[in-house]
Design a protein around this ligand. Sequence first.
Ligand code: 2BA
Length: 149
Amino acid sequence: MISLHSKQFLETNIKGFIIPSEKVAHVQIGNSLEHALLVLTKSGYSAIPVLDTKYKFNGLISSSMITDSILGLERIEFELLEGKKVEEVMVTNIPRISIDAKFEEIIELLVDYPFLCVIKEDGYFEGIMTRRIALKQLNRHIHRLNHFL
Ligand code: 2BA
């Protein structure tokens, strides 16, 4: 009985649980690092997606990537922020998931990544699945299982 319920949970689709693109703080290709740092600081998030002007996903950028890119030998060269672009420092080698993904797949990935970008086949950005949402659902599932013990 318990394993059947766990199987059902792991096979649940993530569709109803993602944060949709319009609610995700992001920056665009061509934006300066100064703008990206402003968005990161104001939103409070440590990393956010980088999209192009058509809302296609390109990569991720974090405050530490930005700081690292302007680190001189003796000081942080803040004056470089205006001239550098997000595409010069963002990372692109990160997992992408589809809207058809199931909890089984994403829980494994969320061990290493705080959030996962949900991307359509044509590259359009649909939203993110966060560690918080996944843990909340896992917690609900564990508490439901207690009824069977
Ligand atoms: P972090 O920014 O490192 O945030 C770690 C956790 O801290 C978040 O976990 C959330 O529980 C809390 N947190 C941080 N900033 C918050 C804020 N402004 N409002 C409410 N809670 C906040 P998760 O919710 O699991 O998010 C995991 C990661 O996903 C975040 O890591 C961030 O990089 C990204 N993220 C989450 N929501 C986002 C959004 N709406 N836009 C852009 N990125 C988002």
